[in-house]
Design a protein around this ligand. Structure first.
Ligand SMILES: CC(C)(COP(=O)(O)OP(=O)(O)OC[C@H]1O[C@@H](n2cnc3c(N)ncnc32)[C@H](O)[C@@H]1OP(=O)(O)O)[C@@H](O)C(=O)NCCC(=O)NCCS
Length: 205
């Protein structure tokens, strides 16, 4: 049995810890966070993020930080220190046998990943989202709770798809784009920025 070190002791981290428990693979789960807190739910917060180095040889790691850029920064730093990142998949999600999910991803309860979808490193597939056949989701994306991506959608690195958003089939969304909660994306998004509404339009600055 191994130990799991989760970086980021917020609400998302708590859900990640419970998914990790369901893997029956870890005999201890603990957190690191820069906030001055001792507990995340029932799990101990044992130190700050920079203390990860003490645990690199004995633990697997998950970075449970919702902000894509911050998650990217920490995962890349830890990879340089040879940290091991499993992919955590909730047993009540459905992942096609032909889907490819890279290291450091978390697939939460009720999520569906269909045939030949590809999910890049460090991406979050949040509760009850769906990623349909032949999607290509980049690194460090967040597909939020209840968002639905129809077939053959491309999502660039670090893009954020908000809660309950829908993306039409064959649409491409560029790197760093933010799609607001409940938006319906019917056309390619080619410029980074925030897109809201039905159909989704760029938010005015
Ligand atoms: C789109 C979003 C990023 C904009 O955030 P923001 O820049 O802080 O925007 P504000 O909250 O200041 O809202 C600005 C205006 O846009 C509107 N607006 C904000 N988000 C909207 C959305 N998703 N759809 C439609 N209108 C929206 C607000 O009502 C407000 O309108 P008003 O000026 O007429 O009052 C944010 O609202 C959002 O949807 N985030 C997604 C959160 C999410 O899905 N989290 C899930 C985690 S699992």
């Amino acid at each position: 049995m191994k130990q799991l070190c989760i970086i980021g002791a917020g609400g998302h981290g708590k859900v990640v810890a419970e998914i990790a428990e369901l893997q029956n693979k870890y005999d201890a789960i603990f957190f690191l966070d820069d906030a001055n807190v001792e507990w995340c739910g029932e799990y101990r917060v044992v130190g700050t993020v920079s203390e990860y180095i003490k645990h690199v040889k004995t633990c697997d790691f998950v970075v449970a930080i919702g902000n894509n850029e911050n998650r990217k920064k920490i995962i890349e730093q830890l990879l340089k220190a040879n940290a091991v990142f499993p992919t955590l998949i909730h047993p009540c999600s459905t992942v096609s046998k032909s889907a490819k999910i890279e290291l450091g991803c978390v697939v939460m309860a009720g999520a569906i990943v269909n045939a030949d979808a590809r999910i890049g490193r460090g991406t979050i597939l949040n509760t009850c989202c769906s990623v349909d056949h032949d999607n290509n989701i980049g690194k460090y994306c967040h597909i939020s709770v209840g968002a639905h991506l129809a077939g053959t959608v491309e999502v660039g690195d670090c893009a954020f798809i908000g809660a309950g958003a829908t993306v039409k089939n064959n649409v491409t969304i560029c790197t760093n784009a933010i799609v607001g909660a409940g938006a319906v994306v019917l056309r390619d998004i080619t410029e980074s920025g925030t897109y809201i509404g039905v159909p989704a339009k760029k938010m005015k600055a």
